[in-house]
Structures are given as C-alpha cells and as structure tokens.
Design a protein around this ligand. Structure first.
Ligand code: SF4
Length: 542
C-alpha cells in the first residue's frame, strides 16, 4: 500500500522524495494507473481526482485553508471509496518543511524535503484516488505469490512483536540506551530515564494507547491511536517524532509531544524538521542569540512542552518566528547568524538517529541523495540485528567496527532504493523480508527471471540516477558532509562513540567503490555500465 512522492525539494534544492504508507497507494493503483506526473501551476486552488477512466481537475476553493483532517473527511463524504493525499495550511503557505498527509487522523505523512510546499506552489490541495471498484490487478503467478506471502504474513507478527505492540515508539528507550537519540539539539549524549514516559511501552501501560492501525493488509500494523488528556484521540507519535519533539527539545511530557504531533498532522508539517528547528531555536534562545527575532511572547526554553506546541502552531501558520523556523534549520541559522547550531546535511535536518551510535551512519547521511536521512540507507539496522548475506554480510555487523563500512553503506543504499521502488515497507525486514525474498516476490508478480546480481544492480542504477540528477544541480564532494558539531565536537556522555569515523577517509573509499571520481561525480564508464545518463534539464537550484 505504500507510494512515493518526488519533486525537486524547495528545502534542499536537490532531489527530493518521500516514501509513505497508508491506504492511498493501493487506492491509486486500483484506478489502473502506476504513476502520476503533475506539471504546471493552477491559477486557483484545485484538486486532482483520479478514477479508472482518467483524471479531472476540480475546484478546491472551499477547502483551501482547511486542515488535512477536514480535507480528508470532505473527500471521503464526496467519494466514499476514495483515499486522499492532501496539504494543510502549511503547504498552502509554502512552508519549506510542509508535508503531504494521508489517511486523515491516522496522519500518514510524506514528510521530508518540503514536498507539501511543492503542492502548495501549484495550488494543488489534494490528489484524490477514487477507483470506484477495486479490481485486482493481474500478476504473473498469483497462486505462488499468495503462498509465499501467506507464509510471511503468519510469521512476521511473531518476529516483530515490539513493533506490533508499541509501534516504532517501542524503540525509544532501547535507542536511548544505545546513545542513538538526539538530546538538546545534538549537544548531549543521554536523556536518561526521561525517555521512559515518551516510549510506546509507557503509552500502552498508562492506558493512552487505544488501538492499532495498518497500511493495507500489512501484518504488523505499527500505527497507533492514542488518547489525549481531554479524551480526544490522535495518532501516536512515531519514534522519529517522539525523539525530535521530545529528547531533542528536552521535552519529557508525552501529552505535549502527542499534541505537537497532532498539530503537525493537521497543518501538514514534517515533524522531524519541525523538531529540529524548534531545538535549534531553544539553543539560540538559551545562548542569547534571538534578540532581534519576534518570538510572539513565547519563551522557547528547553523542555517547555507548551512552547513546543505553540511553536508548531506558528510554523503551520507561518507567523512570527514560525516563519523563520518553517524555512528549515539551514535558512533559520542564517537569520540567527549561528550556522553551527544547524544540524543538517545538504539542507535536510538530521532524523533521530545519531551517527556517533553506528559507524555506518555518518557516511550514509553524508552521501544520501536527499540529505540527512536514516531511510535512504537504513544502514544501522545491519549493525543491529539484520544480516545482508546477498552482499557478503552473513551476520549483523559490529556497530563500532571499522572494516567494510563503505561497502555496507553502498549495499544498503542500493537495497533501500529497491525497497522504495517496489513499495515494500522497510520495517518488514525485521520480519525476515530480505533482498532474496523481495526478488522472489518481484519475479512472481512480473514473470521476470532476474537473478540477485541483476536485482541489486537495479538498486545501484537507482542510486546513481538520483546522484546524476543532483550532480547536474552542482552537488559534489563539498556537499557530502556533516555539521562540525557531529564531526568534531565530542558528544560527551551516553552510550556510543564521542565522534563518528573520519568522514574524509570514508568518502575516499566510498567514491572508489561506487566508481565515482574523488570529487564524488559518477565516472562516465560507471553511468554507461548502469545505463544512466545525466538529465537534459534540471532547472535552477533554489
Ligand atoms: S509496518 Fe510498515 S506497512 Fe506495516 S503498518 Fe507499519 S508502516 Fe505500514
């Protein structure tokens, strides 16, 4: 049921993409279309309604200004079997960290890279998939596919018990213990016991967790509905949201984090970038660097959950200091004059995994095609519990080891490109879905007969295609970097290393193995081998 939204990112100016779960992908596929290309700008607010017999542009003037929950419900009542991808007020106001939301109150977000602002710039409020009837699409060997998938569907819940019970927030405390979570805008190494109330386990034990929800027929169902103190129900914050609004801002009040998440979903804001921007502001405020900025009466002190929620609202409405924060930390740091407080790579804020906790992560963030991202590489899972035997890693790797890290990063980046292209949820790897399994399913669906080398080479092609696009926009080694705070300032405290491995040496090895020049440009023979060419036209880099 997953799908992908791609655009040149208004936040980073380079390749931008979001892989997202929920129900929209399968509804869209049921219309008979595989992909949608949206060009141009409307002169008035519109929505695109996609049916089996084509697509129509419909007036959305009555929905402009409405939040994502209201927009979703409006289309549900107009087209009962529909699913809606929409923006909220943040996307309409061109907030650079705006997201595209799906599934109404479940809040499945295409969060990163400011994709919501791209829709807003086109005055496109929503894309509604309204298939009418759900005709199963033909697959090559339906019987064998059903047999293979049924076996996994039975086994996966038992292998992913923590995810099933507590969602992704079930790893908050264990990640804290590994030194993996951001603390005080990446200045500290441990949140200690203050992580406990934010955890999925605590939300369950305290009775706040009310039910789970699923993407399509996923056997895991990591989505959670939680109760706020006024009795209303909202989406349970994911791990990333929990840590970026929580430990990164020193907020240990679950109510504040749930509220900030709920507001972000309503306004259509990326919670990772918003949490990073608010942590940035809290640091600047503490150090007396915000004197010229209109804070609207808010005192953004560390740990203040009320200020956190107020700031999310200002970002969504693009008002006061919210206008600065909604530009993302890179641009906000230029206003404040403290680039050293901005924790990002290529303009995309760090997610909630510390490159000092896993030796593959620094290189993975630095070379990711969309900027700092844990999912484009997902390398750390191969340093926790998951093997990658198809590329010579028969067991999970030592997270502090130094051997073959560039090789591991390349292998996992290429594999994640395949998972994204096949619309496989990466969390399924915890249940045993490997490269070999994914290939088996692909061959059963298509009737192809790819072997594992051809399959993994397709992943390499995907990664290089994105890199070629970025290089055409001027990306090179100078962009494959990390903030000085992460590279050179000892973390101090908590588990994990004080510093990540030397990035320059890692890049040399990585470029060599990728078949790129020492400046990080794919060599002509590499692109030729993969059948990739530079794009004809990429336009300017915003
Ligand atoms: S595990 Fe993946 S596919 Fe399943 S509900 Fe969670 S995000 Fe959706």
């Amino acid at each position: 049921g997953r799908h992908q939204i791609l655009a040149k990112s208004p936040l980073t100016g380079i390749f931008g993409e979001c892989d997202v779960g929920g129900a929209w992908g399968s509804a869209f596929r049921a219309t008979g279309f595989d992909a949608l290309v949206i060009r141009g700008i409307s002169d008035r607010p519109v929505s695109l309604v996609v049916r089996e017999d084509g697509a129509s542009v419909e007036d959305a003037g009555d929905l402009w200004g409405r939040d994502t929950f209201e927009t979703y419900e409006a289309y549900k009542s107009r087209f009962p079997d529909s699913e809606t991808a929409c923006i909220g007020p943040a996307g309409e106001r061109l907030v650079r960290i705006a997201a595209v939301l799906h599934d109404g109150r479940h809040g499945r977000a295409a969060g990163r890279c400011g994709i919501g602002a791209v829709m807003g710039s086109k005055r496109l409020k929503a894309v509604v998939a309204a298939p009418g009837r759900r005709t199963p699409r033909p697959v090559h060997d339906a019987q064998a596919l059903a047999k293979a998938c049924t076996a996994f569907a039975r086994e996966i819940p038992g292998k992913t018990e923590r995810l099933v019970k507590y969602g992704t927030a079930g790893i908050v405390v264990s990640s804290q213990d590994l030194g993996d979570i951001p603390v005080r805008n990446w200045n500290e190494g441990s949140f200690g016991d203050r992580a406990v109330p934010l955890s999925g386990q605590h939300l369950a034990e305290s009775g706040r967790l009310k039910k789970r929800f699923f993407c399509g027929r996923c056997p895991i169902g990591c989505g959670r509905t939680v109760e706020l103190s006024d009795g209303t129900l909202g989406a349970g914050p994911e791990y990333e949201t929990t840590c970026m609004f929580g430990s990164n801002c020193l907020v240990d009040d679950p109510e504040a984090v749930i509220l900030a998440n709920e507001l972000s979903n309503r306004y259509g804001i990326d919670t990772i970038s918003a949490g990073a921007a608010i942590g940035f502001l809290m640091e600047a405020f503490e150090r007396g660097e915000t004197s010229g900025i209109d804070l609207g009466g808010i005192e953004p002190v560390w740990g203040d959950g009320k200020a956190l929620v107020q700031l999310v609202r200002l970002i969504g409405e693009r008002r006061g200091v919210g206008e600065i924060l909604g530009e993302g930390v890179l641009r906000a740091s230029r206003v404040v004059g403290r680039p050293d407080y901005a924790i990002h790579s290529k303009g995309l804020e760090f997610p909630a995994h510390d490159p000092r906790a896993f030796n593959s992560l620094a290189l993975s963030y630095a070379t990711s095609n969309r900027g700092a991202c844990h999912l484009q590489g997902f390398t750390y899972v191969f340093e926790k519990t998951i093997p990658l035997p198809e590329r010579g890693f028969p067991t999970a790797q030592d997270r502090f080891g130094t051997e073959r890290k560039a090789e591991l990063v390349i292998a996992s980046q290429d594999l994640m490109g395949l998972f994204d292209s096949l619309k496989l949820c990466k969390l399924s790897m915890n249940g045993g879905v490997s490269a070999t399994v994914a290939l088996e399913w692909l061959n059963l669906v298509t009737g192809w007969n790819l072997d594992i080398e051809e399959f993994l080479t397709a992943g390499e092609r995907i990664f290089n295609l994105k890199r070629a696009y970025n290089c055409a926009l001027g990306v090179s080694r100078k962009d494959d970097t990390l903030p000085d705070r992460i590279r050179f300032v000892p973390k101090g405290g908590g588990a994990g290393n004080n510093l990540p491995p030397d990035l320059d040496a890692s890049l040399d090895e990585y470029y060599r193995l990728r078949g790129w020049t020492p400046e990080g440009i794919p060599k002509p023979e590499t692109l030729k081998r993969l059948g990739v060419r530079y794009p004809d036209e990429v336009g300017p880099r915003p």
